[in-house]
Design a protein around this ligand. Sequence first.
Ligand SMILES: [Zn+2]
Length: 145
Amino acid sequence: MATDVLVRTTEHCPSSSPNPVQSKGRLAPKHFRSVDWPTVHQAMKSLKPAEQRFITKHTVGMCGVGKFGKRWGLDSENRCPLCGLEEDHLHVPRCPSDRAKTQWQLLLQEVQEWFQSTTTATPIAQFLGALLRTIRTPAWCRMDG
Ligand SMILES: [Zn+2]
């Protein structure tokens, strides 16, 4: 399944040669080598095959957004239903509509409350919270003001 593909990719591609993940420009070689692939493999193997496929597809942005709706023939055009801009996986958390902004803030609050209700270590919860807050406004946007 998805994990097997990932393992084949990492085991049979020396770090100096291109592999499918790197050749599509989704992960720079320096970042590819810094991933703890055995841990990723172990985590993926703990999931059901359907969950492995879900994670793998969402990791590369393949999900039920306008881009793939059009590609798969489910929609006639690739447009966000809230703002009308083209919709890919990155547009969803970054949609400029007021409704999306409000929903994003509510979800961030719910995630923080969930972290507090579980045994998530505080440093991990703080890191993930900070990471999630950067998704809507990536660094290159913040630098432009
Ligand atoms: Zn939008």
